[in-house]
Design a protein around this ligand. Structure first.
Ligand SMILES: [Zn+2]
Length: 285
């Protein structure tokens, strides 16, 4: 007989707001003009921004960090043309969805987070990195290099925001840069970093989580925006750096998912997101 109760990881889904953009960015050429209908309109879609906090007995792990609270608006961190293309709000049904607020709701101080795995450095995934001053920030090398190259050239381009990068540097974050040839990496018991390489952006990371009750989860982030991209057949987004790498990544995720019986959580799938248990309702374990 033992009185020791084994601690198991808890997985919290944090709703961090909504974004709107042209649907072609998500599923390229989803509605092509035809002879019969030569002037089909473009279409704005609204989709969720979310992050995942894993409260593991050996440390707290955060996957992605959503948008910076000062991105939108006059004098915001995001250049006006980006604000016009990508409209973000952290207010949904009267709720404050900012990452710091969501963490506070579940009693987590950003300074208590041990690891932040950042899928890539686009504005809707790396916007609050600067808060995690005690964490090891885990990022793909090619992504890190690309973002810093834009920074050095004083540009907010390719999804990277100059003012965000500036805040990371000024807050003296601790980075663990993952190289292409390192492959997948074990982080904590039951948590594995998936090294996707180039695809949607220069260097993408995902997460595989093994949960005692719920089973396996694959956090795909923008390696797969939505079920429409996942297929079959797999569909490319218009925001793409390496289309061949993107398709290889989807193939890798499909194989891993069937081999390990894991659910795949897409980066921005509104329909799937509506079915997930949010941090305001509970957690997965
Ligand atoms: Zn995204």
């Amino acid at each position: 007989m033992s009185n020791i109760i084994k601690q198991v990881p808890k997985v919290y889904v944090l709703d961090n707001g909504r974004m709107k953009m042209d649907k072609n960015f998500m599923v390229s050429m989803h509605n092509p003009a035809t002879a019969a209908d030569p002037n089909k309109p473009n279409q704005m879609i609204e989709f969720p921004i979310y992050t995942v906090l894993i409260d593991h007995p050996d440390g707290k792990v955060l996957f992605d960090t959503a948008c910076n609270p000062n991105g939108m608006g006059e004098g915001g961190r995001w250049p006006q043309e980006i604000q016009n293309l990508l409209q973000f709000t952290a207010e949904v049904d009267g709720q404050d969805c900012h990452l710091h607020s969501r963490l506070e709701e579940i009693g987590v101080d950003p300074r208590e987070v041990d690891y932040v795995v950042v899928s890539h450095l686009h504005l809707d995934h790396s916007g609050c990195l600067e808060l995690f001053t005690n964490a090891k920030i885990i990022v793909h090398q090619n992504e890190f290099n690309a973002a810093l190259q834009n920074y050095a050239q004083n540009r907010s381009a390719e999804g990277f925001i100059w003012d965000d990068v500036d805040a990371w540097i000024k807050n003296d974050l601790t980075w663990r840069v993952v190289k292409d040839d390192e492959g997948d990496l074990d982080l904590l018991d039951g948590i594995r970093i998936l090294n996707f390489g180039s695809g949607h952006s220069y260097g993408m990371l995902g997460l595989h989580i093994d949960l005692a009750d719920h089973g396996g989860l694959i956090l795909a982030s923008d390696a797969v925006y939505s079920s429409e991209n996942y297929g079959p057949p797999s569909r490319l987004p218009a925001t793409i750096y390496d289309s061949i790498g993107y398709m290889k990544t989807i193939d890798k995720i499909q194989k891993l998912s069937s081999k390990t019986q894991s659910e795949v959580w897409f980066g921005h799938d509104g329909e799937q997101f509506s079915t997930l248990r949010k941090s305001t309702e509970g957690y997965y374990e």
